[in-house]
Ligand binder design. Structure first.
Ligand SMILES: Nc1ncnc2c1ncn2[C@@H]1O[C@H](COP(=O)(O)OP(=O)(O)OP(=O)(O)O)[C@@H](O)[C@H]1O
Length: 722
């Protein structure tokens, strides 16, 4: 919109801002030189505190100058005009990726650009009906009128275009806001899927902004349809928390489903200043807790009733069994405790004194209780010897050197031998014993699980030297009960992506690593495609794990990823009871469903569709199969049939990074990713029955596509698409 009457004024404002920024950089550089001088002066006066303060200021200013220099090409992307209630005039707030402020801030006018995470920026994202408010430090609320919201496209320091929401006049005409009418959002959505997830700082929607700015110390759950921006919002929320709560990034962690997914989000993190946040999978976290690299067994049991029994290991009921088992161990140990009499009966440690040490304290880990008694006994023995030696050295009549030596030898021999047979438990041995303790399982009075089957199955797998993935959370919790978790870090905030795929016990383990039940959990129950793990519902999670925590639950239904034509198709796949996605843009081309008489034919046609997609401008293409074995076969087939095909990649379970280009992948491993165009290799009725489990898988596959979708079926088409 170059012919806007304000365009020249905005051009002038931009030029003036850039000039002011250059001046601020100069001022900062000048101040840094000055600080070097002051550091030297302070050091020469041996005033190390002042030297330290100056050096902190110097490095802070160096960062600031670098940030502002980086923003010179594109200092801001939005403006909002706000008048606080009671104030006479509207103030203009320019919003950018980095705050730009003069060195001495005397009034709000000295802040040339506000950071998108600043409290006031919320007005830019949320102003829709002429009124807005923002909160500072969760205590002060400022409310007022908004007259204007403008968005700018700036490149190389030049204003290219601007678009505007004249809110008051819009209100008057009672025009409904249409998402598609936002040209900046549309432009952003039509950019296509790159190799990695992108930031959305310039186009955060109002409902997303609210989630991003939720308070720190609560459980925030984001349930959203495919492509609704859950991952993106969750990561922007981390950036917001880091900036506003001044958290140490090492104390924030993202728990994601796979290494490939972590790689996929890796470009977004530096864009939003969250590059130092810890990123991990539950398996890696478990390895750190268990202090070992567990060997995970092959594919999970799928046949009933074993599958149900194995899945049960992820329920909180298992904790009951562990606690009963350890109580029984402790009870047996206590029953065997005897009075200790040493040094000719001169030192007595009574049974009661020992018992007290074992049972005191409510949440002391099992091994620590034994260690505490061990330390107590050793202390009493060594203390007796020391006191006796001191007495004989002082020349007391009833103490002599010979006896002191005898006592010392007796004491050391006792200390060495006494605890050798104590039942300290190592993690894996203890876990095995737990499954052998039939009485503990009986005492737990469990329902709905075939205990004997579970015990014999687990003892067999443990005996063969591997651990089922369902054993990881119980082992972590068992470690917590045995030794505590002081050897692993505690986090100020934990973000879980694909949260529907973690089971309740995995969440309970995470709560033991959280300082204050501060979580952001993103997920979609309609994408719960793993039969062997995961949640049954968000309600169950809240009841079983976060019953005492403060929480906020959000549902997001706009799908920003896929064009209307694709959203229309994936909405049909799920049962009517599931939330439907609402599209925000259309592309003007329907998905194609095409029969392929044979695999060879499908391969030939796939190559033609790849070609077509490329001509349509697709940079990333996903070719998705139901099973991993099909992906491998297809990948080899494509390589053989078209050796000239560039950028062809296969994703397997062990993949560490995502390369973009043409990706062949099983649907389960493509979850979370997106592609400009998607080819579904075989959506036959044989592969995808009408069962809910298959519907979820197909829903995931279809919703990976942004613009173009081509579905082949060898044999009759799945009823899910019929
Ligand atoms: N406000 C927005 N402006 C522009 N793009 C957006 C916005 N919100 C989300 N998107 C885009 O929508 C796409 C989907 O986002 P994301 O992958 O975070 O969704 P998701 O809900 O985690 O998806 P899924 O569960 O299907 O994996 C991304 O390309 C993201 O950049």
């Amino acid at each position: 919109m170059k012919n806007h009457p304000d365009f020249p004024a905005e051009e002038q404002h931009l030029a003036a801002t850039i000039q002011a920024m250059q001046q601020i950089i100069k001022d900062l550089e000048h101040d840094m030189d000055d600080r070097v001088h002051k550091i030297n002066q302070s050091l020469s006066k041996k005033d190390e505190v002042s030297a330290y303060v100056h050096s902190l200021m110097k490095s802070d200013h160096a960062y600031k100058a670098a940030d502002i220099a980086k923003a010179l090409d594109n200092p801001y992307f939005g403006r909002v005009d706000f008048r606080e209630d009671g104030a006479a005039e509207f103030d203009q707030y320019y919003i950018g990726r980095t705050k730009v402020a003069r060195l001495d801030i005397e009034s709000v006018k000295d802040i040339l650009v506000f950071d998108w995470r600043d409290p006031v920026s919320t007005i830019f994202y949320e102003a829709q009906d002429g009124r807005a408010s923002y909160e500072v430090l969760g205590r002060y609320t400022y409310t007022g009128d908004v007259s204007l919201k403008r968005q700018y496209k700036i490149e190389d320091g030049q204003l290219i275009s601007m678009s505007e929401d004249n809110i008051l006049s819009k209100l008057m005409s009672r025009q409904q806001e249409s998402l598609i009418a936002d040209p900046f959002l549309l432009e952003r959505l039509l950019k296509g899927a790159g190799d990695r997830l992108k930031d959305i700082v310039t186009s955060i929607r109002s409902e997303q902004n609210q989630i991003i700015r939720e308070p720190l110390n609560q459980v925030t759950i984001i349930q959203g349809v495919a492509g609704s921006g859950k991952t993106t919002i969750g990561l922007h929320r981390l950036s917001y928390l880091l900036y506003n709560e001044k958290l140490n990034p090492a104390r924030l962690v993202i728990v994601a489903p796979s290494k490939i997914f972590l790689d996929y989000i890796s470009d977004l993190l530096p864009e939003i200043d969250a590059q130092d946040v810890r990123q991990t999978t539950f398996q890696d976290l478990a390895a750190a807790i268990m202090q070992m690299e567990p060997a995970i067994c092959g594919p999970a049991a799928t046949a009933e009733p074993l599958a149900t029994a194995v899945r049960w290991k992820g329920t909180p009921d298992f904790i009951k069994v562990m606690e009963i088992f350890l109580d029984r161990q402790l009870e047996k140990f206590c029953l065997k405790l005897k009075e200790i009499s040493l040094f000719d009966g001169n030192l007595i440690i009574s049974r009661e004194q020992q018992l007290e040490k074992v049972v005191e304290g409510a949440s002391i880990p099992y091994n620590e209780r034994l260690r505490s008694l061990q330390r107590y006994i050793r202390f009493r023995v060594r203390n007796f010897i020391e006191v006796y030696e001191a007495r004989y050295k002082r020349g007391e009549a009833r103490a002599d050197e010979k006896t002191a030596k005898r006592y010392s030898a007796e004491g050391e021999a006792f200390v060495e031998k006494h605890c050798v047979k104590w039942p300290f438990l190592e993690l894996l041995d203890g876990y095995t014993e737990l499954f052998q303790d039939k009485q503990a399982w009986r005492k737990a009075k469990l329902h709905g699980v075939d205990m004997e089957l579970l015990q014999s199955h687990t003892l067999t797998t443990l005996g063969s030297g591997c651990i089922e993935s369902q054993d990881l959370a119980p082992l972590c919790y068992f470690k917590y009960l045995l030794d505590g978790l002081t050897h692993v870090e505690q986090f100020d905030h934990i973000a879980v992506d694909e949260g529907q795929d973690l089971n309740p016990l995995e969440y309970i383990v995470l709560t033991r690593l959280s300082r204050n039940s501060s979580f952001t959990i993103m997920g979609d129950m309609s994408q719960a495609i793993h039969t062997d793990r995961g949640l049954t519902s968000w309600q169950a999670l809240l009841k079983d794990v976060f019953a005492n925590a403060k929480y906020r639950y959000y549902e997001v239904n706009y799908s920003y990823r896929s064009a209307k034509e694709i959203v229309g198709l994936f909405n049909k796949i799920l049962p009517a009871s599931r939330s439907k996605a609402i599209p925000v843009y259309e592309i003007g081309r329907q998905p194609v469903i095409e029969p392929a008489p044979s695999a060879l034919d499908a391969l030939r046609r796939t190559l033609a569709v790849i070609d077509e997609f490329r001509q349509l401008g697709c940079k990333s293409i996903g070719i998705l199969t139901k099973q991993e074995a099909d992906s491998l076969k297809l990948y080899q087939g494509l390589q053989a049939a078209a050796p000239e095909l560039t950028q062809l990649n296969l994703i397997t379970g062990s993949a560490l990074s995502y390369h973009g280009g043409i990706t062949v992948a099983p649907i389960s491993l493509a979850k979370g990713l997106e592609f400009d165009g998607v080819i579904i290799w075989n959506a036959s009725e044989q592969k995808f029955t009408a069962a809910y489990q298959d519907a979820k898988l197909l829903y995931v596959a279809v919703s990976r596509a942004m613009y173009y979708l081509h579905i082949f079926h060898q044999g009759r088409l799945t009823p899910l698409l019929g």
